[in-house]
Design a binder for this molecule. Structure first.
Ligand SMILES: Cc1ncc(COP(=O)(O)O)c(C=O)c1O
Length: 345
């Protein structure tokens, strides 16, 4: 053991802000650091070749390991207050895990319906947290049909995406928090991995509310809805200039969270993307895999595959001139990489 003497003056004066605010870096005065931390866990991808400033908002650090916690903690609190005792959700995994965590804790009976090939980690966290799990031979919208049928029979309350009003309110906090973290400004562009699109719609709502309060101005980030070429209903509708998105047949991608063949809020996603001056773009499986590996190997950042899709999307947008040199781009990594079977290269 080596001892490093901390100077009390220094500790008080630095007040935790000098080297960033992570648990380790803010304790710098106790640590063997000469001048500054060369490598910290503030996730910044130096994508020098892109000539843009890329930052990752890492939602994998939230309770339950994904951004689904934001919407479901809100929805469960409201459901509890309104006297709901049984809930069901169609889920690609992360939402089910968050509902299990909060719903069961609130004394609500929770039923999760997942596609049979959902990540094993998701299935296990759902069961470990006390929810009933049904594996369905189909996609998330097939799961949705079972949940809707059960609701019609009075077996539970459906908490499917955008079927109730509160999940989106919770998701809105992504926009509130982002603006706050950027000193009440917004970036030039946001890349969001888009399945049901609640996060994108929620952030768009948050920006309007912040402007109404005078906390930000009229400038908005260009919103980029990123999908996989194997499941890109929003991209297809965007390119065709349509208001609604037709269901995508034979959906397939390693990024299961964005494997959503039909989104109830398709028109809301499309409206926000168009109003922002952004775009819906699709990235292929190789581009997702390369971005996943590059973020890990170059930045020590273990993304989830949906998060990797946003990096691939930013690369594509830069190539296509949708992002200009020097712009500030925020990628959303919506879950911890640990929830997924990690590829070996
Ligand atoms: C990790 C991850 N990213 C993105 C998404 C898509 O989110 P949204 O439904 O808000 O489009 C999901 C949804 O399950 C997800 O789990």
């Amino acid at each position: 053991m080596i001892e490093f003497a901390a100077s009390v003056d220094e500790v008080i004066n630095t007040s935790g802000t000098v080297f960033g605010n992570s648990s380790v870096t803010k304790r710098a005065p106790w640590l063997p650091v000469i001048k500054e931390f060369l490598i910290s866990r503030v996730p910044v991808l130096p994508e020098a070749s892109l000539d843009v400033r890329i930052e990752v908002k890492d939602e994998g650090r939230l309770p339950t390991g994904s951004f689904k916690a934001r919407g479901l903690v809100m929805a469960v609190n409201m459901a509890k207050a309104l006297g709901i005792t049984r809930m069901a959700i169609p889920t690609n995994g992360n939402a089910g895990a968050a509902l299990a965590a909060y719903g069961v804790r609130a004394g609500i009976e929770v039923h999760c319906f997942c596609p049979a090939d959902t990540s094993e980690a998701n299935l296990r966290e759902i069961v470990l947290q006390g929810a009933q799990l049904t594996r369905v031979d189909g996609m998330i919208d097939d799961c949705g049909k079972l949940v809707a049928a059960g609701e019609r029979e009075g077996r539970w309350f459906s908490i499917a995406t955008l079927r109730e009003p509160y999940r989106i309110e919770g998701k809105k906090t992504m926009g509130l928090e982002l603006a706050e973290q950027l000193g009440w400004t917004v970036p030039d562009a946001i890349f969001y991995p888009t399945g049901g699109g609640t996060g994108l719609i929620g952030m768009w709502k948050a920006f309007d509310e912040l402007q109404a309060l005078g906390w930000i101005g009229a400038r908005r980030p260009r919103m980029f809805a990123v999908q996989a070429t194997g499941c890109a209903p929003i991209v297809r509708a965007f390119e065709r200039g349509e208001e609604f998105a037709e269901r995508w047949a034979n959906a397939a991608t390693q990024a299961h969270g964005i494997r959503v063949p039909a989104a109830l809020g398709d028109f809301l996603i499309l409206r926000a993307v168009r109003a922002s001056g952004g775009a819906a773009i699709a990235v292929d499986e190789d581009a997702i895999a390369s971005a996943w590996r590059d973020a890990g190997q170059h930045d020590g950042l273990l993304l989830c595959p949906e998060g990797a899709a946003t990096l691939a999307g930013a690369r594509l947008a830069r190539q296509q001139g949708l992002i200009a040199p020097g712009e500030h781009v925020v990628l959303f990594n919506c879950a911890s990489g640990y929830k997924y079977p990690l590829p070996v290269w």
